[in-house]
Design a protein around this ligand. Structure first.
Ligand SMILES: [Fe+2]
Ligand SMILES: [Fe+2]
Length: 185
């Protein structure tokens, strides 16, 4: 008797094999033998992304409080919302790192050098918006590269990064419009 898998080229393992493999490697948590990406590279990339999100959270917080001081309430609210969303991204990434059996790096030592984007305070409202836009564009490029690198090797991480990337594009768009609104370019 032949089954669907005997023809070669099958990609589905039978349930019994899946179950016994799951029992064998249970200590590895969510990382099963079917995980094809290079885990140490993925963890390193995710920790860099985590540092980037923490730096972006801090920069937006600073800009939020400083913009309030110069009576730019509308812009300040946008900064605050971005700060909250970057912080959510950091949490999502940290959670995925632990799922993959790694440890999220929250250490303040070397945080700025692990981050892709920079922490720039900016003196005027226009400078703050510009620096945030630059940081978003850096984040967009680095997420795009990570997504490309992951391909089909780790689709869960890839999907999470795609979601985050969409949000960063939204942030960049918000900032471009704010810059236009205050007459900067
Ligand atoms: Fe983010
Ligand atoms: Fe962002």
């Amino acid at each position: 008797m032949s089954d669907a898998r005997s023809g070669g080229g099958a990609f589905l393992s039978d349930i019994k094999t899946l179950r016994s493999r799951a029992r064998e490697h249970i200590a590895q948590g969510a990382v099963t033998p079917g995980y094809h990406a290079d885990r140490s590279v993925v963890l390193k990339l995710l920790n860099e992304a985590l540092a980037t999100e923490i730096i972006c959270t801090l920069r937006y917080k600073r800009h939020y409080f400083m913009a309030q001081g110069i009576h730019a309430e509308g812009v300040a609210e946008e900064f605050l919302q971005h700060a909250q969303e970057e912080s959510q991204h950091a949490d999502q990434i940290a959670s995925r790192i632990t799922q993959l059996g790694g440890a999220p790096d929250f250490s303040p030592d070397g945080l700025a050098s692990r981050s892709h984007a920079e922490y720039v305070e900016g003196h005027s409202l226009e400078e703050m918006i510009k620096e945030d836009l630059i940081a978003e564009r850096i984040a967009i490029d680095s997420y795009r590269e990570m997504i490309q690198y992951l391909g089909a090797e780790d689709s869960t991480t890839r999907r999470m990064l795609e979601e985050i990337l969409a949000k960063e594009e939204e942030h960049a768009d918000d900032l471009a419009r704010l810059l236009e609104g205050i007459g900067g370019h």
